[in-house]
Design a binder for this molecule. Structure first.
Ligand code: G3P
Ligand code: MG
Length: 223
């Protein structure tokens, strides 16, 4: 199974920070997942929650905070909230990246940065997998960069998942590991998609996912 570092190596280092991404690389993750959203001044920043409270010493909404203010915050162990550019510079093609789009109007600014890294920094289209629970953003992204792989994210997989996945010409179905069983995995595979499950942090669950045929797991402990 593909080991995907969830928010880097969030079990070891502060999630979605440069330290966490370096740790995931060090531990041998083959893909690294992280969450992106817009801040008030329009930059794409790497943070999971829409608010700053849980993961930093700041307060309020990310979308209402300027990058200059975002950069003053401690995201744990003295780490800053990184921008998407900084994270891609750090990972520098050492792993594939799964960029999870959070919030609205994020597809276009994210696509612009990804295009720039492909044109100027030698990244390949295959180095990226774009996912989101917000399928409107996935459709917007697909329009801008049809060659980049898409993972359709679900908490629970609905019966009609293939309508969305086929319309997006998706690469993978990504969902909570509790929503999978052998039958569903076989069905998704027969439709031609990879199957990735989050967030698998115990040996027991990992073995269970392997047994039912998962292609990859998101884990806070890539080791
Ligand atoms: O993309 C997999 C996983 O990260 C989705 O859930 O809440 O951890 O972003 P969340
Ligand atoms: Mg995520």
């Amino acid at each position: 199974m593909l080991i995907i570092g969830h928010r880097g190596a969030a079990g070891h280092e502060p999630e979605n920070t440069i330290q966490s991404f370096n740790k995931a690389i060090e531990l041998g993750a083959k893909m690294i997942e992280f969450d992106v959203q817009l801040c008030k001044s329009g930059e794409v920043v790497v943070i999971h929650d829409f608010t700053l409270e849980r993961t930093t010493n700041g307060t309020g909404l990310v979308i209402e905070t300027l990058l200059t203010e975002v950069k003053k915050l401690d995201a744990g162990k003295g780490q800053q909230i990184p921008t998407l550019d900084e994270v891609l510079d750090t990972i520098d093609k050492k792993t594939v990246v799964n960029i999870e789009l959070k919030g609205k109007a994020i597809a276009q600014p994210a696509a612009k940065i990804i295009s720039n890294f492909i044109e100027n920094n030698n990244w390949q289209t295959y180095d990226f997998l774009i996912s989101s629970f917000n399928h409107d953003e996935l459709f917007a992204f697909k329009k801008l960069m049809p060659e980049i792989r898409i993972g359709v994210l679900y908490e629970d997989i609905p019966n009609n998942f293939n309508e969305t996945a086929s319309a997006l010409n998706a690469y993978s179905i990504n969902a909570d590991f509790n929503s999978f069983n052998k039958k569903i995995v076989t069905q998704i595979h027969s439709m031609g998609y990879k199957v990735y499950a989050y967030t698998v942090n115990t040996k027991e669950d990992r073995l269970k996912m392997k047994k039912i045929g998962l292609d990859g797991i998101f884990t806070d402990f890539p080791d």
